[in-house]
Design a protein around this ligand. Structure first.
Ligand SMILES: Cc1cc2nc3c(=O)[nH]c(=O)nc-3n(C[C@H](O)[C@H](O)[C@H](O)COP(=O)(O)OP(=O)(O)OC[C@H]3O[C@@H](n4cnc5c(N)ncnc54)[C@H](O)[C@@H]3O)c2cc1C
Length: 483
């Protein structure tokens, strides 16, 4: 970007506006550490008027903008090269809560992290219906992406569990939207990747939170049997949480999942498991919130050696377990994450997984893992969260790591992600776009992602809520991204 912009008539702000190199450098990076950009300013708003003012200022000065949460997406989704980044983490107050009516809720500013939200409600024994596997991300960030959680097969996404939003549109206006009022805007901003407006406030649905939950863990070596069993568990609708990891069939990886003590206690079974020819195995964890857990729901499953581990965890601690990418960073320091996240139709998953597992090697995963979460389309009601048309679905997250600056490895991982992405599309899947591949990366590719009719509607939403195409990120959804 050659233009030197002086911000001489910058509007008044209760927050802070920075062009210093440290803030610019931070706002030009994200968790993926693959895309590095150079914004020209960073706003940390304190009041909603700060957000409105900067949007109007950007429109007057032909500047581009993007809102940013904790920047835990991995391919510049919250970066705006040559434009202004609105760092929403400064806008994070908890505004109000209500547990009295039939439907409990909490009202927060969008830069509030889920961790802060849960801390404030769990003491009253309430929690959001759906949580992702990492709570140090913002409410506005996941509502703009989707927010898939272990409870999603029963409860949908985080975007399906929000009652009302305040949004600053590309016209610099504040609109309250919900299913009942300004519905088009409500449909545009949820999973809208910051392209239609800035979510400033969210009223999030809450449910009763147990103090503890039962945890059930087991392994599969065969993907067909694994999928059969998960489908059965999904049909039963008994367990509150279901998710699995594909892990290396190695002692260290198994220990990481079930702990050293359990690995020693069940040495015979684990030795037998490691002796199996499969390079990759499935590790499943189920959660049951109520005290009346009955193991009869596990009867007839095909898990390895009929082996089931049962334990109990504090509910808050369980929600705050470190997910694999964070564990890797805590062990190795800052890493690059060439990840791929997909939504796949269940009926093609066995064939897809068979091809995927042949291609995955331990070094190309960089000590990472594949996360699997079942989803039911009937539970999903967010229009811009794109899924295959079938009812039984899986979130598939290929969560890789690589040391910073290992460019050759990162290139190979990224290339493999692209090959896997094309394969996933051929198997009827699509991308969940918080990961780190450059596809879809142009308006025509986004049109393919959404399908022609839906894309037409999406373009109409963009014209209605951001007519100047102010909100631009590295995803380049509507064109005009600077590089
Ligand atoms: C360790 C880890 C675990 C994860 N686990 C899960 C998981 O279990 N399930 C899941 O679904 N995802 C998961 N993710 C992905 C995560 O949900 C997304 O990356 C999420 O968007 C991150 O929130 P954030 O606050 O970092 O948002 P950012 O990454 O900062 O922003 C994400 C997108 O939202 C937009 N945005 C941010 N704030 C606003 C706002 N206020 N208004 C409008 N647009 C906004 C940005 O422009 C960008 O397009 C995980 C990521 C990591 C790193």
């Amino acid at each position: 970007m050659n233009q030197v912009f002086t911000f001489s008539d910058f509007p008044w702000t209760e927050g802070s506006f920075s062009t210093n190199s440290e803030d610019i450098s931070k706002a030009g990076q994200d968790f993926g550490q693959i895309i590095l950009t150079h914004p020209i300013g960073v706003l940390k708003p304190k009041e909603i008027t700060d957000i409105c003012n900067i949007v109007r200022y950007a429109a007057q000065n032909q500047l581009k903008l993007i809102p940013r949460g904790m920047s835990h997406s991995a391919f510049g989704q919250s970066q705006c090269h040559g434009g202004i980044v609105i760092d929403m983490t400064s806008f994070n107050r908890i505004l109000s809560k209500d547990y009295s009516s039939g439907s409990a809720w909490v009202n927060v500013e969008a830069g509030c992290t889920w961790n802060k939200l849960i801390k404030s409600t769990i003491e009253d024994r309430y929690s959001p219906f759906v949580t992702t596997d990492w709570q140090f991300i913002t409410v506005g960030g996941t509502l703009s992406t989707g927010g898939v959680g272990f409870m999603s097969y029963q409860k949908g996404l985080q975007t399906d569990n929000v009652l009302e939003l305040d949004v600053v549109t590309g016209r610099g206006e504040v609109k309250i939207c919900s299913l009942e009022s300004n519905q088009r805007l409500f449909h545009a901003v949820r999973s809208g990747l910051g392209q239609f407006g800035i979510i400033a406030r969210a009223k999030v649905k809450l449910g009763y939170a147990p103090s503890d939950l039962k945890i059930i863990q087991f392994f599969h070596t065969d993907s067909k049997l694994y999928l059969q069993d998960i489908q059965r568990l999904v049909d039963q609708q008994y367990f509150d949480c279901i998710h699995s990891f594909i892990i290396p069939n190695q002692l260290k990886a198994i220990e990481e999942r079930i702990g050293q003590n359990k690995t020693l206690e069940y040495k015979e079974v684990i030795t037998n498991l490691i002796a199996q020819p499969q390079q990759w195995i499935y590790f499943t964890e189920l959660g049951k919130c109520s005290a009346d857990y009955s193991k009869s729901h596990l009867e007839g499953l095909n898990q390895f050696a009929n082996f089931v581990l049962l334990s109990q965890a504090n509910f808050f601690d369980y929600l705050h377990k470190d997910p694999p990418l964070i564990t890797a960073e805590k062990r190795q320091g800052k890493l690059t994450h060439p990840e791929l996240t997909l939504i796949m139709p269940e009926h093609n998953l066995h064939e897809f997984m068979s091809e995927l597992l042949l291609e995955l090697t331990y070094d190309l995963m960089g000590g990472g893992t594949v996360l699997l979460i079942p989803l039911i389309r009937d539970q999903l009601s967010t229009p811009l969260f794109q899924t295959p048309a079938t009812n039984s679905l899986f979130f598939v997250g290929i969560l890789r790591n690589a040391p910073l600056n290992e460019t050759e490895l990162i290139d190979r991982q990224t290339q493999q992600n692209l090959v896997i992405y094309e394969k996933a599309v051929n198997f009827g899947g699509n991308r969940y776009p918080c990961d780190s591949i450059p596809k879809p990366g142009s308006p025509s590719e986004w049109a393919e992602h959404f399908g022609v009719d839906k894309w037409q509607e999406i373009c109409e939403l963009k014209a209605e809520f951001d007519p100047e195409n102010l909100f631009i990120s590295n995803l380049n959804m509507f064109g005009g991204a600077l590089n």
